[in-house]
Ligand binder design. Sequence first.
Ligand SMILES: Nc1ncnc2c1ncn2[C@@H]1O[C@H](COP(=O)(O)OP(=O)(O)OP(=O)(O)O)[C@@H](O)[C@H]1O
Length: 260
Amino acid sequence: MVAPIVSIQQVSKQFSTKQKQEIVLDKVSFDVNKGEIIAILGKSGCGKSTLLNLIGGFEQASKGSILLDGKEIRKPSKRCVMLMQNYALLPWRSVEKNVALALEGEKLTKEEIDEKAAHYLTMVGLLDKRKALPSELSGGMQQRVAIARALAIQPELILMDEPFAALDTFTRYYLQDELIQIQQREQTTIVLVTHDIDEAIYLADRIFIMSANPGRVHKEIAIKGSKPRNRADTDFQHYRELIFNEFQFTTNKQPIEYNI
Ligand SMILES: Nc1ncnc2c1ncn2[C@@H]1O[C@H](COP(=O)(O)OP(=O)(O)OP(=O)(O)O)[C@@H](O)[C@H]1O
């Protein structure tokens, strides 16, 4: 039995503004095992990013608790990094200096920092771009720099909020493959929020489908089969259909009326 690295226990989150009080998450519970990729799918506003922020320690739960290796998460830590859709690179720093940023504050010499930065840039295939500025790179390359920077911290857990959503299909496919390879090599645990059903099936070991108002885990689906998976095979289509059906269930969409 693999020990859970993250344990989410009966977590509720309420936001209060002047206008209203909103229960965004309601009694969410699940475990994430070491070395797993978990994908969280759900329609806009169901609380996916809020859940990631709670796991990352950027927000506090209103009720319930979230444990990282058995200890309650109360603030952000280097054991867990967040990777965003917009890369969040510093535009005035070179690629290698952006990666090195993650290592500043550690007890490392300049040579050690350079060596580590080079190591992780090699891993994402961007060593030859180390002197470039982010603006000189494509979106896909910038996201690879952000991945190298996240990996350089050697976190146990990476939280990803739609990391590839801004990229074109082929770059997205390429980075998904790269992510699987790196994740298998480093044995990092990943919790990924995505709107992309195919991305979830391609990457995840388990998918949690959330329903909205308030956000709850509606269904857990374990994705069988080794990676990389074949997007065209029958198993993949089976999961796709399963998830589409679940979404119909969680979305009470009115039929579109056409005036002819
Ligand atoms: N800091 C905050 N203060 C008040 N309300 C908030 C705050 N953060 C999120 N919310 C509200 O919580 C709800 C869920 O937001 P969240 O960003 O978690 O959803 P999401 O599922 O990630 O959406 P999307 O897929 O569109 O990114 C929304 O109604 C949002 O307005």
